[in-house]
Design a protein around this ligand. Structure first.
Ligand SMILES: [Zn+2]
Length: 368
């Protein structure tokens, strides 16, 4: 009865003229096309009738971006996707989108900032036009003969180029604390010199936490702006141990200090390989009180996963891991009645910020 429109947008490459428009997908009867032309790109939205499920809401994607209300404005999605695709260092479009949201709220001209920054990507004039013999980062993305920081068709490609360079540099420094994307964001905000100075994302004590919070907020928003087929939200997530589920999340009981279970248990004997549930950076690896030997991994969307009661740990803090990478062996260290893997998903690195790990894993495509 209640038909929910399903909308798919995909930027088309090439010369970007209307003649290159193709209808990519038509499902059902009602088809409407909406065109957005920006930067020689044509964004094609195919709206089709989908009778599956009632009231789930329209789902829009452009490449790997979530487009529309609460997502990326359709007018900029193609530009952002192209800027990400042009980067050979592996720059997720969702990161550029979250950055624009944080910089300007996706406004082409939010007014000159206190610091003097301009436009949707908040370039400082010196950075854009160049100073002290340094070449400017500004580009003429739409080839209209001007490099204009207030024109998103120039500013977004320039943002992508700058982030791409920073990301390539960051990847040469695995010894710095923070993932390469986080380091690149910190470099964009504070200058790469600060990242070098702190050998990582500058701490909260630097510049009243401005850079620290900038990175944290953007990383926390990436998942929301990334579509279901986006690289960050679906790839590389896995069950952390091959064994049946035991004690569920939020089961009540006297053996937990909070009065309820803050994670899920996998019932596995001591010595079972424990794997990183998803890609990230090892936050801590070592003794964790009642949790025994534990590993905490920070993920790109700002969440953390915790693996407790391990008999053996095979990673160390600061190490980048892919989803499925072995991080240790299960065991019965700490406060336990028997061997198992205790697994949590948290919104922060510490105890007490837990969310439902089973729901989280399922959302990332993991069958439990
Ligand atoms: Zn447990």
């Amino acid at each position: 009865m209640h038909a929910v429109p399903r909308v798919t947008a995909q930027p088309l490459r090439g010369d970007g003229r209307l003649s290159s428009i193709r209808i990519l997908q038509t499902v059902g009867g009602v088809v409407a096309a909406v065109f957005a032309i920006a930067f020689g790109l044509v964004l094609l939205l195919v709206i089709s009738d989908d009778d599956g499920g009632g009231g789930g809401g329209a789902e829009l994607t452009a490449g790997s971006l979530k487009v529309g209300k609460n997502g990326v404005p359709a007018a900029y999605a193609g530009l952002i996707q192209k800027a990400a695709d042009d980067c050979k260092a592996g720059l997720p479009a969702g990161v550029l989108a979250a950055q624009l949201q944080q910089e300007s709220g996706f406004q082409a001209d939010p007014g000159v900032s206190e610091a003097g920054a301009l436009g949707i990507a908040q370039f400082m004039p010196g950075t854009w036009y160049g100073k002290d013999g340094h070449k400017g980062a500004g580009v003429d993305g739409n080839k209209d003969g001007r490099k204009d920081p207030l024109d998103p068709e120039d500013a977004i490609p320039a943002q992508g180029r700058m982030m791409c360079k920073l990301l390539a540099t960051a990847k040469k420094h695995p010894e710095y604390s923070g993932s390469p994307i986080e380091l690149a964001l910190a470099g964009y905000n504070a200058g790469w010199g600060r990242v070098e100075q702190y050998r990582g994302v500058p701490p909260a004590s630097f510049a009243k936490g401005q850079t620290y919070n900038y990175v944290k907020i953007i990383m926390g928003n990436v998942a929301r702006l990334t579509g279901p087929d986006g690289k960050l939200s679906t790839s590389g997530w896995t069950r952390p141990a091959d064994g049946p589920l035991g004690t569920p999340y939020h089961q009540r009981g006297g053996s937990w200090s909070s009065g309820m279970h803050t994670g899920i248990d996998f019932t596995v004997p001591t010595g079972t390989p424990v794997k990183a549930a998803g890609p990230g950076t090892v936050q801590t690896a070592g003794k964790g009180g009642a949790y025994g030997n534990q590993v905490v991994i920070r993920h790109q969307d700002g969440t953390y996963s915790q693996y407790a009661h391990l008999s053996r740990i095979s990673v160390s803090a600061g190490q980048h891991v892919k989803g499925g990478r072995k991080i240790g062996l299960s065991g019965a260290t700490g406060n336990v009645t028997g061997p198992h893997l205790h697994f949590e998903i948290r919104t922060g690195p510490e105890y007490g910020s837990d969310i439902d790990p089973a729901a989280f894993l399922r959302k990332h495509g993991v069958k439990l």
